[in-house]
Design a protein around this ligand. Sequence first.
Ligand code: PMP
Length: 277
Amino acid sequence: MSIAYYNGFTGAPEEIRVPLTDRALYFGDGVYDAAVGRRGKIYLADEHIRRFYRNMERVGLLPPCGKEELLRLLGDLAKKSGEEEGFFLYMQASRSGERAHAYETNCGTNLLITVKPWRPEGERLLSLIGYEDLRYEYCNVKTLNLLPSVLAARAAAEASADEAVFLRRGIVTECSHSNVSILKGGCLITHPSDRHILSGIARKNLIALCARLGVPVIKRAFRESDLLGADEVLVTSTGKFCMRAGSYNGLPLPCRSPELSGRICRELLSEFMKATS
Ligand code: PMP
């Protein structure tokens, strides 16, 4: 079942009350992270918690508690949810204070956590659309200013697509809520980790797996035409691990390397299954 936590109170999501002094409501003035797990185990918990704290520091938020305490709290909530076969965990830290753009440096931090049922998806080809990347310039920080991503994801849904690929002056950066990489000539090509993409944990896992498999990894910007001519297009995120794309803007993608890409997708899913068994 879904459960929620806010500043010391636990209950059903609809029972939790958030005060209007939570600046996330007005500004998206906060940061978040999300992880998946099974059987009470949070997959890659340390990485998610480290990123959560790193991002709090980047926007000047004081941590609401220590990392160990947070890990204990997350574990307790995951158990309380009773979702043995898979859960999705969301944590949010936001600044407390009045609605004024400049915040007080001594204001407190709100901690919000939700746990809901989640299952790893079966294999299938995703369909994609291209979308001009018009977002603000702090894409490498998981801030709560998600409106541009929400609009892009909505545009994808309206086109009956799974994801929107952001294009920044013809360069493919990432997707509305995932990273995108390509396989070409046996190499993985992925955008450099700069301020134009969120350095995804699933993408890091993909890069590490490619290194283990002897697949060369090239971190360079690539264009929409490279995506269209790629042997395979791979979309990575915490919730979907790694999935192949089968179409872009309604047109089929070549999908020329199903063995390698299929193996990559399966191995990344099986790493999760092993880590949580
Ligand atoms: N890019 C964006 C814009 C995202 O929102 C996400 C998911 N939060 C990702 C990439 C993938 O990151 P991760 O693999 O850490 O889930």
